[in-house]
Design a protein around this ligand. Structure first.
Ligand code: NAG
Ligand code: NAG
Ligand code: NAG
Ligand code: NAG
Ligand code: NAG
Ligand code: NAG
Ligand code: NAG
Ligand code: NAG
Length: 442
């Protein structure tokens, strides 16, 4: 697979004060659920799994008071929300102090200059394997029409792999060098096969906001006998194209329009999220019903691409294009720069790896990150000299030696960085480039 590269910029757009203020009060706790027959401790938010919808409009200010009722430290991260001026609110290990058991913390940020479908998830201690995730919508401001007719309804569809094992046991597997095995199955909105039911009204068009909230499995999404018009992906409206199935990798989100049939009796239909690019063939199955339709669909599940056909996945990704004439908030004012005329300050090659130094560790350029307890951003802000950090190597070393380090990439304000990702391992790797806006250039 050819490596792909990205280019990002550090921006300082003026803050316009508009939008409303939204407040949420969330309690995060353990509960017992059995999405795949086996009961396990699941992280619920206000007793819901998946967690409640975060429903905002461009430029709204959000205040989310998160009460940690777990017995472990907790952080929530807001995948896809850019936090450009406010990475203190990002909810990942080295920017925030964890919320300790019994304590609470209010995340406050503005969803500035963006639109789209995203999701939130817990970022520490493999909590994501226990749930704790939920959907985020950032709607267009009322004065800016969406680039398609107003759908009859919006439906959040969270798909992801699921382990029936407890997240602490999964952690133990990593810590004793065993590594993560294959997941037990695929969930749709937190539920097992045939358990999530979507009711369609005849002839109505729905916007499905699909996110892959899983730990590591790429998924192919499709609906029996229904086509999907892709209209948005990763927070940008796309040139509208029809697909019979869509690959959605871990962390990705897309919106599709699905038009219901005109039927008022008869069949119901399968919604499928099946594993891709892995040896474990797994199926998440939902049910779409119409008025007076059968309780369950019949016939085989609709077929998707070959399990190992990665070329298909790459070609499909390449077919997706921005619609730059669609009215929408954009993080970079159009024309503010042109790729090709930008002076790239640095190129950083990031090569992922895995190693077993007693524990099963993941590495980047041969370095496995070690936290020193104090978040690096805090240490930087308070100029804590006691924290010793290593400078992260700009290119991988080829000596095969892995080290443990609190390493940091130094970047300068307003410079442009070109990142090249290399994955020499036999399994697919996804990257979460938290807090920034990135542009895929190849
Ligand atoms: C989400 O917010 C928009 C804009 O305020 C509103 O029109 C819509 O009804 C809300 N949807 C839900 C499910 O709360
Ligand atoms: C969780 O909530 C219960 C019931 O309110 C309370 O008794 C318990 O102390 C809480 N635990 C933590 C860690 O906050
Ligand atoms: C904790 O929650 C209380 C209300 O339950 C709130 O008044 C307080 O500001 C919150 N503290 C933090 C640090 O967010
Ligand atoms: C792009 O958006 C514009 C404005 O809404 C719309 O008229 C046009 O059809 C869209 N183009 C494609 C290819 O989807
Ligand atoms: C590693 O931990 C898992 C989960 O606790 C356990 O089942 C397994 O036997 C352990 N393996 C070793 C080699 O200790
Ligand atoms: C449903 O029926 C209406 C009115 O007869 C028609 O305009 C529309 O195209 C039909 N939709 C589908 C999906 O067949
Ligand atoms: C539920 O879905 C599976 C496919 O995973 C299918 O084989 C089965 O027949 C369905 N069950 C019912 C009751 O329709
Ligand atoms: C890039 O650098 C060259 C030489 O210093 C300069 O002339 C040019 O304006 C720069 N381009 C941009 C987009 O900053």
């Amino acid at each position: 697979m050819s490596p792909f590269s990205l280019l990002f910029y550090l921006s300082s757009l003026a803050v316009l004060v508009d939008g409303k203020s939204l407040s949420y009060d969330w309690t995060v706790s353990f509960s017992h659920r059995a999405p795949l027959a086996l009961t396990k401790q699941v992280i619920v938010i206000n007793d819901q799994f998946p967690g409640p919808l975060l429903n905002a409009t461009t430029n709204d200010a959000l205040n989310i008071n998160v009460h940690n009722n777990l017995t472990e430290a907790f952080l929530m991260t807001w995948n896809g929300l850019q936090m450009r001026r406010n990475s203190w609110q990002d909810g990942v290990q080295e920017t925030n102090c964890p919320i300790l058991p019994g304590q609470n913390w209010t995340y406050s940020f503005q969803v500035k200059d963006q639109i789209g479908s995203f999701f939130y998830f817990p970022s520490l201690l493999l909590h994501k394997a226990a749930g704790g995730y939920g959907p985020i919508r950032v709607n267009n401001r009322e004065v800016i029409p969406i680039p398609f007719p107003q759908p009859h309804g919006d439906i959040d569809v969270l798909i992801g792999d699921w382990y029936s094992a407890d997240h602490r046991d999964l952690r133990a597997l990593l810590d004793n060098g065993t590594g993560l095995q294959n997941p037990s199955g695929i969930l749709i909105n937190g539920r097992g096969p045939n358990e999530t039911v979507f009711e369609f009204q005849p002839g109505a068009t729905y916007r499905l906001r699909i996110s892959n909230v899983g730990l590591k499995t790429s998924l192919n999404f499709r609906i029996q006998d229904h086509l999907m018009l892709l209209v948005e992906t990763e927070g940008s409206y796309t040139a509208q194209q029809t697909y019979s199935n869509l690959d959605i990798h871990v962390g990705q989100s897309s919106s599709v329009l699905v038009t219901a049939k005109n039927q008022t009796s008869g069949k119901s239909y399968y919604m499928v999220a099946s594993s891709r690019l892995t040896d474990a063939e797994l199926f998440g199955v939902g049910v779409i019903r119409y008025p007076n339709s059968d309780d369950f669909p019949s016939g085989p599940l609709p077929p998707g691409p070959q399990l190992h056909d990665y070329f298909y996945s790459i070609e499909q990704a390449r077919s997706i294009r921005w619609n730059l004439s669609a009215g929408a908030a954009r993080s970079n004012p159009q024309g503010s720069y042109h790729y090709g005329s930008i002076n790239v300050s640095h190129t950083i090659v990031l090569r992922n790896g895995e190693t077993d130094i007693k524990r099963h560790l993941y590495t980047v350029n041969g370095v496995s990150f070690v936290s020193q307890g104090t978040p690096l951003k805090m240490a930087d802000y308070f100029e804590l000299e006691t924290l010793k950090t290593g400078i992260f190597p700009d290119t991988p070393t080829d000596n095969g030696i892995s080290t443990l380090d609190t390493s940091v990439i130094n970047a300068n304000y307003r410079e442009f960085y070109h990142l090249v990702f290399e994955n020499p391992t036999p399994s697919l790797q996804t990257w979460h480039l938290d807090g920034y806006n990135f542009f895929v250039v190849g």
